[in-house]
Design a protein around this ligand. Structure first.
Ligand code: TMP
Length: 211
């Protein structure tokens, strides 16, 4: 059986990744492709426990390197227990965040050395490198306006300052430029259906899916 394809969705707060993940899975399923939607931090029982440590509490709860190590510990568990077994069964895995989030948030956003993060990320991800990464790009203020409407439950990251969020947005764009073979930047400002059309075009082109 052919290994499934691995797609990561990335972006700042409020970019609409989870909605796009659902829409993409539905579209792929309509072509008879079995999918698994998952997320980071989280995606396996152990990684979901680590997620609670990462998203709750005060912003200064962890220093940025500790945080990067925790994200990568969660990632390794997610890869071993969820992602690789699914890919080996031929299932396409769509993850809401992966390696690039650590580079953008803990690296560009919080100042951890990028080379160290890449080494750590490669160790954690092992054989699970995304075949395609879609970076949903949105101005920081628009993203915050969306998350404010969504809930009263503000995560640690949403409390971090605006300048950090601006740096990580630029970080995602730099990542896309440096790895153009893997990454596509999608304008996340329009409504969900238009963003989905752009996502679907990128997926069709990358995996040669005929309409
Ligand atoms: P979510 O809100 O997209 O579910 O993600 C939770 C938060 O975790 C989000 O604010 C981004 C942050 N995050 C990192 O800082 N580094 C990482 O490696 C990942 C996967 C997420």
């Amino acid at each position: 059986m052919a290994r499934g394809q691995f797609i990561s969705l990335e972006g700042g707060e409020g970019a609409g990744k989870s909605t796009q993940s659902q829409l993409l899975c539905r579209r792929l399923e309509s072509y008879g492709i079995e999918t698994l939607a998952t997320r980071e931090p989280g995606g396996s029982p152990g990684a979901e426990e680590i997620r609670v440590l990462l998203v709750s509490g005060k912003t200064e709860r962890w220093d940025p390197l500790t945080e990067a190590l925790l994200h990568n510990a969660a990632r390794h568990d997610h890869v071993q227990r969820t992602i690789l077994p699914a890919l080996r069964r031929g299932v396409w895995v769509i993850t809401d965040r992966f390696l690039d989030s650590t580079l953008a948030y803990q690296g560009y956003g919080q100042g951890v050395e990028l080379d160290e993060l890449s080494r750590m990320g490669n160790l954690a991800a092992g054989a699970a490198m995304p075949d395609l990464t879609l970076i949903l790009d949105l101005p920081v203020d628009d993203g915050f306006a969306r998350t404010e409407r969504r809930s009263d439950d503000v995560s640690r990251y949403e409390q971090m300052d605006r300048a950090m969020h601006e740096r990580l947005r630029q970080g995602f764009l730099s990542i896309a430029e440096a790895d153009a073979a893997r990454c596509r930047v999608i304008d996340a400002a329009p409504g969900a259906d238009s963003v989905h059309d752009a996502v679907w075009k990128a997926v069709q082109a990358r995996f040669d899916i005929k309409t």
